[in-house]
Write a protein of this length. Sequence first.
Length: 161
Amino acid sequence: EAIVVDDKKQPELIAAYQELIKRRKAKEQQGRTFKSGVLSEVFDLTRELLPYNNAIVTQITRELQPDQKIALSVFLDNKGGVCRHQALLAAYLLEKLKADGYVRGQVSVDRNYVPGRGGHAWVRYVNSAGEIFIIDPAQNFIGKIEEAGDDQWFYERESNF
């Protein structure tokens, strides 16, 4: 599948972003800064709107041809995805936050393949201070890259060595 992320054609994405903003504004009214906890909010909202569910993904994609385009919103509408769908949603939310001036860091969707474990995708966020954060809803991990334990996925890039 080739997952398309286009909020001009997928109003579900805009709705997800608006929910994120609403939640952050509520935190501001409680005296917190907008940025305080924003990564955790992206993580939580992603898991809420797009729970990990391989059975739903199999059902949706079984008729697709290789590399056939499909909207991310299809998985949102069906309330299920796997790591690649969750990573794309989380990255979309962070990119929208950046475009609107709420955050300044760099966002990427990273993926790799580990023999014996398979492939995986997650979000890497480098804040304006250069700290690297991993947002991995599928593995239930959010934190600084150095906080990922041995039981977590191998999140390193060649540039980290």
